[in-house]
Design a protein around this ligand. Structure first.
Ligand code: 5GP
Ligand code: ZN
Length: 123
């Protein structure tokens, strides 16, 4: 999908509303429109990268971005009442990649899921 028609680029640019819970210079975090669990957040880079497979392990910018996305997850979960502490609570992070990975939106994003089971199936 081209950048111009990308739903997450439009949300990041504020052209389409999204329920934001966090924003910095590189990322936005919104609630998923069709939550699979009580907590279902999407961590979305502002930069249009189609998939995780487009990130290069030797690229410092990609390393920093992915590290930041992952390192943010525990804070987000905690702020939303689903942190992991003292052996209780917790959350899951998922990055679907490509058709076999169940990716539907081709702008890199990381799901943060938490809450009581059962969860809805994702893809
Ligand atoms: P994927 O399958 O690509 O990993 O996940 C795409 C996710 O984006 C799905 O969970 C879907 O519900 C969510 N989604 C798709 N369009 C929108 C939208 O316009 N707003 C929000 N908040 N979430 C969306
Ligand atoms: Zn995009």
């Amino acid at each position: 999908m081209s950048h111009e028609n990308c739903i997450f680029c439009k949300i990041a640019a504020g052209q389409i509303p999204g329920k934001r819970v966090f924003e910095d210079d590189q990322l936005i975090v919104i609630h998923d429109i069709n939550p699979a669990a009580k907590l279902h957040l999407l961590v979305i880079p502002k930069r249009h990268i189609e998939t995780l497979a487009d990130c290069l392990p030797e690229n410092p910018a990609d390393q920093a971005l992915l590290g930041r996305m992952l390192a943010l997850a525990p804070n987000l979960a905690r702020e939303q009442g689903h942190g992991y502490a003292d052996g209780a609570g917790g959350f899951r992070v998922v990055i679907n990649t490509g058709p076999d990975g169940g990716q539907e939106v081709y702008h890199l994003h990381m799901h943060v899921l938490a809450g009581p089971r059962p969860w809805k199936r994702m893809g």
